[in-house]
Design a protein around this ligand. Structure first.
Ligand SMILES: *[C@@H]1O[C@H](CO)[C@@H](O)[C@H](O)[C@H]1NC(C)=O
Ligand SMILES: *[C@@H]1O[C@H](CO)[C@@H](O)[C@H](O)[C@H]1NC(C)=O
Ligand SMILES: *[C@@H]1O[C@H](CO)[C@@H](O)[C@H](O)[C@H]1NC(C)=O
Ligand SMILES: *[C@@H]1O[C@H](CO)[C@@H](O)[C@H](O)[C@H]1NC(C)=O
Ligand SMILES: *[C@@H]1O[C@H](CO)[C@@H](O)[C@H](O)[C@H]1NC(C)=O
Ligand SMILES: *[C@@H]1O[C@H](CO)[C@@H](O)[C@H](O)[C@H]1NC(C)=O
Ligand SMILES: *[C@@H]1O[C@H](CO)[C@@H](O)[C@H](O)[C@H]1NC(C)=O
Length: 703
């Protein structure tokens, strides 16, 4: 067995002398600070053909154009200029490696590396071919991302390196096929072997040796070629034809792509708090330093921080990556919204989704079922709101209608009375304020405009025509007398208008006379005063010349007493307004206990009907007995009968006041009552006469 030559590459570009001349150009990195953000130094070349040459790489002889060991030669004699990496300080690569690309941020440079190969038809000898690369004094190392490949019918590929530690790796390729088949599937099998080194290496010796095993078999002639190479993983696809055709070699005349790593700085990264020395390489902000991973010669490289890109070896070299502009590199699904931020980006899911748009895992927050539920609830809510609004509108419309129907415009014009809105009275109309209830409706006590008021709310809908009610209100509002309850205002926005009266505090005469639980002392003076004032009030009503007002329902319950026991006639709300020419009233709601029998018979309500009722009131005042209609009007009947027989009514007088000195007055009152109760209407005095006589009586009483 014989060894043939070991092909030794030589320096092609520059002589040793020329190299020495270039030495001053090898300058420290410090100067690099003046490079711009793209790593371009003025007066230095940073582009060769299609290849960018960022600092610390550089072309030219200007000081600081490149870092120590990063000089690049650009040969313009090709159609597209080509860049070559030159050795440092006279050291040499086997040949100047052609540069394919530089990735400063990754500390990687890709070069075309030689391949060890030989094709031979001499079947009687073994041969070997080799390549080697010595990177010991350069900043470069062979990256572990490469793979060692051997190809040949009987080929041993050996890789040996001494730095960082002496190691030998080999792989043996065998193929005993005897026919030149072109086959294969790109995988490295049968005639191909591969090996992945796990250490960054600085000097590599690579050889491929073709072994002539058996001179009689004609494998040499069948598969004459053998290759050994260190090449980027996955670059090479093995086909059996590579063993007998020159396809691979023809393809690789320039060499095979190899990835080198480099450390830009000598020494190591700064320890925490250490002041950077002048030659410190990682001068860009947004960058970090990483110790080079091979252990024998200290070195470090600079890196832009995650989310930043650019050249960490120049000032302001590392700039934020606007990830959102590169969706193919930085994914953000359609369900997300891409938001750039310094040193990264966010891709939050759009409204109603949860998860992460970066990983495309945005899912709706609500399941369809939940959505349906939410939708249904929202729908119902909407419906409720709409119905509410419709009701509100209807209410408003209704209020307006009622207002018109109840004669609002007429009253507005008259401007005699306050017109309350429904809302103003609403807070008063609650159960706790209810103070009275009767056939007319309900009475509530409340405060309006800082005054105590009684609000009368009729139960039945008003039977009045619009202007009829308005007119009645106008007339009532003109009835101003100290013994008549004052009408303050009304509310027309409801079906049956509500009336607001001044509030009278002490209840009614009925309560005082007949409250059985708690019969208070009630002297004749007080009774006489009440009778007198009440008569005065009624006389006033009857006296109104334009519009005589008949009460129609005179009774103790409608005589209210204020704090000073001054009576005030109330509740002529249900009385009828009778114009002087219209004495007939179709129906009258009154208390049967006090009803004039003449009126009941003839249906004609006159002032004298009120006089009759007042007669009953006087009778109750002196007897403190109730007049009860269902009792066959016993009180009135008995009283009248007794009077007819004996002309004396002593037995009817309340014991409390029937004292001898007052009997005379009581007799007078009794006879006045008799007159009022006369079934002959003409025999009854007028209210005015009653009032006058009562006044005289009460004066004589005080004497
Ligand atoms: C450029 O390349 C050509 C062709 O390979 C070669 O002859 C020449 O010497 C090279 N020039 C330099 C400056 O290396
Ligand atoms: C540079 O070359 C000189 C002379 O050949 C040698 O003494 C020196 O060690 C070399 N420097 C490096 C870094 O290799
Ligand atoms: C190889 O060796 C054999 C016998 O040893 C000889 O016959 C033959 O001619 C040789 N072939 C060549 C190409 O030298
Ligand atoms: C190559 O090998 C891998 C695993 O060894 C296999 O999965 C793949 O299918 C092979 N390729 C072809 C084209 O057969
Ligand atoms: C490959 O190179 C060989 C020798 O240099 C030559 O004979 C052959 O024609 C070339 N093949 C192709 C496909 O270029
Ligand atoms: C780099 O190495 C130096 C010296 O070994 C050490 O002090 C420093 O912490 C290391 N820095 C990093 C980032 O690993
Ligand atoms: C760091 O990155 C930000 C964003 O690109 C940039 O504005 C800033 O100038 C950088 N800082 C340095 C010191 O380069």
């Amino acid at each position: 067995m014989q060894y043939r030559t070991m092909t030794t590459p030589s320096l092609q570009f520059l002589s040793q002398q020329q190299l020495l001349l270039l030495l001053p150009a090898v300058i420290l990195l410090v100067v690099a600070a003046v490079a711009d953000a793209q790593g371009q130094l003025p007066g230095c070349g940073h582009k060769c053909g299609n290849i960018d040459i960022p600092f610390p790489f550089g072309i030219g002889i200007g000081p600081g154009c490149f870092g120590d060991g990063f000089e690049v030669l650009c040969n313009d004699s090709y159609h597209t200029p080509r860049a070559f990496l030159r050795g440092t300080n006279g050291s040499y690569f086997p040949s100047p490696y052609e540069l394919l690309s530089i990735a400063v941020e990754k500390g990687e440079a890709r070069v075309l590396a030689p391949i060890a190969s030989r094709c031979n038809t001499d079947i009687n000898v073994s041969f070997s071919a080799g390549m080697y690369m010595d990177l010991v004094v350069t900043p470069f190392t062979v990256s572990v991302s490469n793979v060692l490949i051997g190809v040949g019918a009987t080929a041993v590929t050996m890789m040996q390196y001494t730095v960082p530690a002496e190691r030998i790796f080999s792989c043996l390729a065998y193929d005993f096929g005897s026919v030149r088949e072109e086959g294969g599937n790109g995988n490295c099998t049968a005639g191909c072997c591969e090996f992945s080194p796990s250490t960054l290496t600085k000097d590599v010796r690579l050889s491929v040796r073709y072994i002539a095993e058996d001179q009689t078999n004609m494998m040499w002639s069948t598969f004459p070629c053998a290759y050994g190479m260190l090449v980027e993983k996955s670059w090479y696809e093995y086909y059996r034809r590579d063993m007998f055709r020159y396809t691979l070699l023809n393809r690789t005349t320039q060499g095979v792509p190899l990835t080198l790593n480099f450390a830009a700085g000598k020494g190591s990264c700064l320890a925490k708090g250490q002041v950077p020395p002048p030659e410190y390489a990682c001068i860009s902000g947004n960058s970090s330093c990483a110790n080079a991973t091979y252990s024998d010669t200290p070195g470090y490289m600079c890196k832009c921080l995650d989310g930043y890109a650019g050249n960490p070896y120049v000032a302001n070299g590392c700039q934020d990556i606007v990830e959102c502009e590169q969706p193919e590199v930085y994914p953000c699904s359609n369900e997300g919204t891409c938001k750039n931020k310094l040193g990264g980006y966010d891709c939050p899911c759009k409204f109603g989704m949860k998860g992460d748009g970066k990983t495309g895992t945005c899912t709706p927050v609500f399941t369809p079922a939940a959505k349906a539920t939410v939708g249904a609830i929202a729908g119902v809510l909407l419906l409720v709101i709409i119905s509410f609004l419709v009701i509100l509108r209807k209410e408003k419309k209704k209020a307006k209608e009622f207002y018109r129907k109840n004669g609002g415009p007429t009253l507005e014009k008259a401007n005699v009375i306050k017109l309350f809105r429904k809302d103003e009275l609403k807070p008063i109309l609650k159960k706790s304020n209810l103070i009275g209830k009767g056939c007319f409706g309900e009475v509530y006590k409340g405060i309006l405009d800082n005054k105590l008021v009684a609000v009368k709310k009729p139960i039945n809908g008003s039977v009045l025509e619009s202007d009829q009610f308005a007119n009645e209100v106008i007339i009532q509002s003109q009835v101003i007398h100290k013994n008549i309850v004052r009408l303050i205002g009304c509310c027309l926005e409801v079906d049956a208008p509500m009336l607001v009266y001044e509030f009278i505090s002490q209840g009614s005469l009925h309560d005082i006379l007949h409250n059985s639980n708690n019969k208070v002392a009630f002297n004749l003076d007080a009774r006489l005063s009440i009778a007198t004032h009440s008569a005065d009030g009624l006389a006033y009503m009857h006296s109104k010349t334009n519009n005589r007002i008949l009460h129609g329902d005179v009774k103790p319950a409608n005589i209210l007493l204020d704090d000073n026991f001054i009576p005030k006639i109330s509740d002529f709300g249900i009385s009828r307004l009778i114009a002087s020419d219209k004495e007939h009233s179709a129906s009258i709601i009154g208390d049967m206990n006090y009803m004039d029998p003449v009126y009941l018979q003839e249906g004609l309500l006159t002032e004298k009907s009120d006089v009759y009722s007042f007669g009953v009131v006087i009778l109750e005042l002196i007897s403190r007995e109730r007049a009860i209609h269902s009792d066959n009007n016993k009180l009135v009947k008995n009283f009248l009968e007794a009077h007819m027989k004996q002309k004396k009514a002593t037995e009817f007088f309340d014991k409390e006041i029937a004292i001898t000195k007052d009997l005379e007055i009581l007799e007078s009152l009794a006879s006045m009552a008799v007159e009022c109760l006369s079934l002959d209407v003409d025999q009854r005095p007028t209210m005015m006469e009653v009032a006058e006589r009562l006044l005289i009586l009460s004066r004589s009483c005080k004497l």
